[in-house]
Design a protein around this ligand. Structure first.
Ligand code: TPP
Ligand code: MG
Length: 909
């Protein structure tokens, strides 16, 4: 039933006819008794519809929240199939080890860690591990669980009991460089590839990734790529984490796509790092309203079983009202101050006080929050996994730092690294020992006082009922969780012939952009018998800008319901075709969502053993800059695939101005160690890079993904010059064209990338024709690859000084050349400057430092000083610096070529 909160908290309009009211109440009571809840709900809906139809001034209740009690009434709770006693023992051991791990790690070092989060979530996870989270095995990928990042001591402690991690592993928590492997602070598949599947600790990323993962599972199923029906996606979130836009920004997708394979558990301990999440309000109610409004199935687990009796006796609704009116900040106070305060201030009327008169302080302390009650949590999970047609969110109320002396419900709980309670007597050490005893006793751990001195890890006794139970449960659920698959089954390589279709020159007078070259390449590749079906083009509502509509028809766009309408452009080559077999993921204006799809698709090689190859194309400015943290998480996830930064270049997407003109995404790409970034100029370069990329990732099993910039400027493209350029294209540089005018005395080397390669070629002509200077133009497809190779070579030589010494690719190519080197591109100067230290001759870098602005391409290239004319002057000046030509020649060139020497530096305006 939906009841507006104001109806519970605020006074209703005056009752003008109590008799009539009572008749209505009696009727509803009878309906509930004889017709059941569904019938009551139906009648309520009819009544509301009737009021709406007849109009008048009556306000229809607009709220979509329910009272502050458990969604599942006690009478609807299922039988609990577990052994409560054994599960309690296991959970206590996990609690202890999780605490001990953090405490030990901070005894001798300052490496940090969190105790309070897992302490509040232990029951939420243990019910999952004992009853719900399917494990990975040869025949089943297991459930996908997005573990709350800073709850990681819990999963580690559990894996220790399962025999999957050693005592040394635990001792080396947050000591990853120790000889026997230490454990990552948080879920990092990059660092623990056998264990973690998805990184989560950057708040908000786990939630959004989980939604798109759940949707991608449907895509895999509908396109017959993998069997995923039996896989559930779980995401564990903090209530504070819900303030991140990524957490809640995409929740409408899940009900729209009917993702009943998705379950969220929000640990509502009412606190975040600094203090209460909603001190002056109620986070659970706020979240309930949001999720219900979005169409989720919402289950509130607020109170433990001990409250059931009190609520049953709450005939006037006073207790329920009190639960509703207490704000979260106050709820914390009741836990923090203990039972006497709780009795006096929560049960603050004679009626309420009487309800708990039979309970002593111990009895009061047993009135737990719902998230600590296995029965309530089990009931919620069971209902969640059985719910059809919509995702479920469980709002579980807990206490942060539950059971930890000195931490429970304190604002400092999040940062607590040790047990310490200043209410105990004695020195800090004595207080700590006392706190350990309290913890031990509360959770009944079999340690003597003596043993507590060393805070030992606790292993379930071999052969004990609890140890057997733990393994039985995991084996019944198919294996362990978390656990990441590292077996890779390579693809058969794509056929070369489909790439060769991109090797030809464009027709004379007819240009092509690299973006269109990509569209064409994709269309050719989709016919490839080995990988065609595995391509997953992803686009966030920018396909028309990129010339993609022909792909819409060829590939189709995925929709779980097919196409329920006739597209207005039916029958045209650009038909907006949707279908259950559609291959493209059209994500709407949602780069973060699209990136989450990219991650799901780019990790499926591990998660589901299917080598889907995502190509996520987007406005390059709205890539790393906008969703950089997801790109980082993609790398951590060992994600593969291609990011296509389209409309690239600060001067090339000319009219769009400052916010759109990207001159730095290649610098962002540099920051991601497993990202290989390329800036190709021609269709054949693109085809070579994509072919080798697919082979690298999906055949040779290299851990990386690609970033390729593609531009929207059309120009004539030459044909593939021949096999001799392939290696250079992939390694980052190859000689494109040499011009040596008759009688040339001097020589320069010109480096160009992407669209701006053509400016280097034009500069070459001017240098030859006007100044009789010889030059070679090099196409630099990747400064990043050149630098990485050069760094590796330099490091090798330094650490092996007695050896012969290796030669880097960039040195191999440019080391033999004469004269200064001038580089120009549509990106910032420091991109080419990266290779400077590895060159013998001086490098002058031109680039697009500064804010973009709207203008023509020609004007912008002049403004940013990257055009042919500026390249010529840079080359002449470099020669003058070497004393090879006179400075007057340069000064004259500045005039002749029409440059304004007094224009402000572009990066200052
Ligand atoms: C994007 C981001 N910002 C900040 C942090 C630092 N941080 C880690 S945990 C935390 C508080 C988490 O509170 P909540 O989500 O309620 O989780 P709880 O520990 O209470 O379960 C913060 C701010 C982070 N990990 N990621
Ligand atoms: Mg919290």
């Amino acid at each position: 039933m939906h009841v507006a909160p104001e109806m519970l908290t605020k006074a209703a309009p005056e009752d003008l006819d109590p008799m009539e009211t009572s008749e209505w109440m009696d009727s509803m009571e009878a309906v509930l008794k004889h017709g059941g809840a569904d019938r009551a709900q139906y009648l309520l809906q009819q009544l509301i519809a009737q009021v709406a139809k007849l109009g008048g001034k009556a306000k229809i209740p607009g709220g979509i929240t329910t009272p502050y009690i458990n969604t599942i009434p006690p009478e609807d709770e299922p039988h609990f199939p577990g052994n409560r006693e054994l599960e309690r023992k296991i959970k206590s051991a996990v609690r202890w080890n999780a605490m001990a791990m953090v405490k030990k790690a901070n005894k001798t070092t300052n490496v940090g860690g969190h105790i309070a989060t897992f302490a509040s979530a232990a029951t939420l996870y243990e019910i999952g591990w004992n009853h719900f989270f399917k494990g990975r095995n040869a025949g089943h990928p297991g459930d996908i669980v997005f573990y709350q990042g800073h709850a990681s001591p819990g999963p580690y402690a559990r894996a220790f009991l399962e025999g999957r991690l050693s005592e040394t592993n635990l001792t080396n928590f947050r000591r990853e460089l120790q000889p026997e492997k230490g454990l990552s602070s948080y879920p990092h598949p990059w660092l623990m590839p056998e264990f973690w599947q998805f990184p989560t600790v950057s708040m908000g990323l786990g939630p959004i990734m989980s939604i798109y993962h759940a949707r991608f599972n449907r895509y895999l199923r509908d396109r017959d790529l993998a069997k995923t029906d039996d896989v559930r996606i779980w995401a564990f979130l903090g209530d504070g984490e819900c303030d991140e836009p990524e957490s809640l920004g995409c929740i409408t997708l899940a009900p729209r796509e009917k993702l009943d394979n998705l379950t969220w558990v929000i640990n509502c301990n009412l606190q975040r790092l600094d203090g209460p999440v909603r001190g002056n309000g109620k986070i659970v109610q706020e979240l309930e309203g949001l999720f219900r409004g979005a169409g989720w199935n919402v289950i509130k687990v607020l109170w433990g079983s001990e409250w059931d009796g009190l609520l049953r006796g709450d005939h006037t609704g006073a207790l329920q009202r009190r639960m509703m009116e207490v704000v979260d900040g106050q709820q914390q106070e009741f836990v923090y101050r203990g039972p006497a305060y709780f009795r006096e201030h929560f049960f603050n009327t004679p009626e309420l006080r009487a309800m708990v008169a039979h309970l002593d302080d111990v009895g009061l302390l047993k009135l737990k929050r719902g998230g600590h009650d296995p029965l309530k949590v089990y009931a919620a999970y069971k209902q969640a996994v059985e719910h059809k047609g919509a995702p479920t969110v469980i709002l579980a109320q807990t206490v942060k730092g539950y059971g930890i002396p000195g931490a429970e419900a304190r604002n400092t709980a999040h940062q607590a690294k040790k047990l310490y309670d200043s209410s105990f007597k004695g020195t800090a050490d004595e207080q700590e020992t006392e706190a350990l005893k309290v913890f031990r006793d509360k959770f009944a751990l079999p340690f003597s006082d003596e043993q507590l001195q060393t805070i030992p890890f606790y292993k379930l006794p071999a052969g004990s009922p609890e140890e057997k139970y733990l393994h039985e449960r995991r084996s019944a659920l198919g294996g362990y969780n978390p656990s990441r698959n590292n077996t890779f089954t390579p693809c058969a390589p794509p056929l070369r012939e489909n790439f060769e279709l991109s090797y030809g020159a464009t027709m004379e007078g007819k240009g092509q952009s690299t973006t269109l070259a990509w569209v064409k390449l994709m269309t050719d590749l989709c016919r490839d018998p080995n990988i065609g079906k595995l391509l997953v083009p992803i686009v966030p509502d920018e396909g028309q800008t990129f010339g993609m509509p022909p792909m819409y028809k060829t590939f189709g766009m995925y929709s779980s319901v097919g196409q329920l309408y006739t597209p207005v452009d039916k029958g045209t080559p650009a038909e907006y075709k949707e279908g259950t077999k559609g291959q493209i993921l059209q994500e709407g204006i949602n780069e973060a969502g699209a990136m989450s799809s990219y991650i799901a698709a780019g990790t499926a090689y591990s998660t589901y053993g299917v080598n889907t190859i995502p190509f996520y194309i987007y406005y390059s400015m709205f890539g790393f800059q906008r969703i950089g943290d997801l790109a980082w998480a993609a790398a951590d996830s060992r994600c593969r695939g291609f990011l296509m930064g389209a409309t690239a270049g600060r001067t090339t997407i000319n009219g769009e101005g400052l916010q759109h003109e990207d001159g730095h995404s290649h610098l962002n790409a540099l920051t991601i160690p497993s990202c290989r970034a390329y800036d190709p100029a021609y269709g054949y370069e693109l085809a070579i890079i994509v072919e080798d990329g697919i082979n690298a990732m999906y055949v040779r099993n290299e851990e990386c993904f690609y970033y390729l910039t593609v531009y929207n400027e059309a120009y004539e493209m030459p044909a593939f010059p021949g096999e001799h350029v392939r290696e250079g294209v992939l390694k980052g540089i190859y000689a494109f064209k040499t011009v040596k005018p008759e009688g040339a005395k001097f020589e320069v080397q010109l480096l160009g990338s992407g669209v701006i390669l053509r400016e280097a070629v034009r500069a070459q002509q001017i240098l030859a024709e006007k100044y009789k200077i010889a030059s070679t133009v090099f196409s630099v497809t990747s400064y990043q690859m050149l630098r990485r190779d050069a760094l590796a070579v330099e490091r090798h030589n330094r650490l092996h000084p007695a050896g012969e010494g290796k030669l880097s690719h960039v040195h191999k190519i440019l080391g033999q050349t004469k004269g200064p080197i001038v580089a120009t591109s549509d990106y910032m100067r420091c991109l080419p400057e990266q290779i400077g230290p590895f060159l013998d001759n001086r490098l002058t870098a031109l680039g697009t430092d500064g804010f973009g602005r709207s203008e023509t391409r020609t004007a912008l290239r002049r403004f940013f000083e990257i055009d042919a004319e500026h390249t010529v002057v840079a080359a002449l000046y470099a020669l003058a610096e070497r004393g090879e030509i006179k400075r007057e020649v340069v000064a004259q060139a500045v005039k002749d070529l029409g440059l304004n020497p007094d224009a402000p530096a572009p990066w200052t305006v």
